[in-house]
Design a protein around this ligand. Structure first.
Ligand code: ADP
Length: 394
């Protein structure tokens, strides 16, 4: 069973082809195009590469195409991408303007190109469907809530991968099984023993932190939109809502300009004035740039704030996991996040931490009550697995 996972950006198409016939799934091919101006051609070229490589003979060799869709009105989980679902995504374009519109366009092009191949979306909000209501509700008027203003949570595919994999590494196959079945049975898979408490830190171009109890998310630092929580590369993160009318009035900014600055001129780039890549910011900070140093400090402060929130909610943690570009590759940033937490039972092993880059590994010292883990995420694999589960159920 071959499943293509397509990652659609406004000017990019990336893909991975998995053979999901038996576990473990096999990655057969990955590729992509940047600076795409002709999307139908990009899809054609993608299929051409798969055929030229001998991975498929014809389009119908694909059991499905899976997409890491973001958010839709009244729809979450893993679903067939019907016109109705695409309409529900369209209804929430304003929540994820950088993600939903290109996905909708791309999915419609795939549907036109291969009408017989099932197109399936795994929504990034799916992992938070079982989070407690008190944790997802903003204190807004009921009409706002009904219109969709609530904490949705994002990066669901990544945090779900961490839920499953961390449970395996922590010797809890029961919890791994529960996480694996979550979108099929809604968490009904039984677990034995003490609850497994994991805090998953997805730190990358965009960052989020999630608390996970027994394989199920209790919440996510990303709220209503992918603009919230930690400061991101160039997107603002958490902000008091009253700042927006304030800057419109005092700086004379239009709503469109405010929106542009929040998602293009904010975040680490906004504070540092240097770059939206944390490596450049670190270099500048090391060279004495105070704004760059401040950007890093704001990032640490926010990440620790969210780790703290989930430590309390989970009544401690068995493990804190670092993943994504920064989490997997930047030991010095992991060390900064874990500094001075010995009273919470969090002790980093500096030598192990330095060694673990872009691979799985334990970076806590043996005395640490909380295990510190690095786990490279695999969002596309989660999309492929859930796509297969949906096909198997049908
Ligand atoms: P996205 O959220 O866009 O998928 P990534 O997870 O790739 O982003 O993370 C991007 C961030 O991670 C950048 O700030 C970059 O500096 C850092 N990063 C990514 N890969 C590496 C690497 N191999 N070495 C060091 N830093 C990295």
């Amino acid at each position: 069973m071959k499943i293509l996972v397509a990652n659609i950006g406004s000017t990019s198409l990336k893909w991975r082809l998995f053979d999901c016939s038996s576990a473990p799934e096999r990655l057969l091919h990955k590729g992509g195009f940047e600076r795409v101006t002709d999307y139908p051609k990009a899809i054609e070229d993608c299929l051409g590469e798969l055929k030229a490589g001998g991975h498929i003979q014809q389009d119908s060799d694909l059991a499905a195409v899976g997409f890491k869709t973001v958010v839709a009105k009244g729809v979450s989980g893993c679903v067939a991408l019907t016109e109705e679902v695409l309409g529900a995504m369209e209804a929430f374009n304003a929540i994820a303007p950088a993600h939903n519109p290109p996905y909708i366009t791309g999915i419609r092009l795939f549907a036109k190109r291969m009408p017989a191949v099932p197109l399936i979306g795994l929504f990034e909000t799916a992992f938070y469907q079982w989070a407690p209501e008190a944790g997802v509700r903003y204190a807004v008027p009921q009409a706002w809530y009904e219109a969709g203003v609530r904490r949705w949570g994002f990066h669901g595919a990544s945090h779900k991968f961490i839920a499953e994999r961390s449970a395996e590494l922590l010797g809890r196959p029961d919890v791994a099984e529960r996480a694996r079945n979550l979108y099929v049975d809604g968490g009904a898979t039984a677990v034995q023993g003490a609850p497994l408490r994991v805090i998953s830190c997805h730190l990358g171009g965009s960052s989020s932190i999630t608390g996970i109890r027994n394989g199920v998310a209790v919440g996510n630092s990303l709220g209503f939109s992918p603009q919230s929580g930690l400061p991101h590369n160039n997107r603002v993160g958490d902000l008091d809502s009253f700042a927006i009318p304030f800057v419109m009035r005092t700086l004379g900014l239009s709503i469109d300009e405010v929106e542009r600055q929040l998602c293009k001129e904010g975040g680490l780039k906004g504070i540092s004035g240097v770059s939206n890549d944390i490596r450049d910011i670190q270099t500048a900070a090391a060279g004495g740039n105070a704004q760059a140093k401040l950007a890093l400090d704001v990032f640490f402060h926010s990440a620790r704030h969210w780790i703290g929130a989930y430590l309390l909610e989970l009544n401690g943690a068995d493990a804190i996991v670092f993943t994504a570009g920064i989490g997997e590759n930047r030991p010095e940033l992991r060390a900064a996040l874990c500094q001075g937490l010995d009273q919470l039972g969090i002790l980093l092993d500096p030598v192990a931490n330095e060694k673990v880059r872009a691979v799985e590994g334990v970076i806590s010292s043996p005395e640490s009550r909380v295990k510190l883990l690095v786990i490279p995420t695999n969002e596309e694999l989660v999309v492929a697995r859930e796509t297969k589960r949906l096909l198997d159920r049908k």
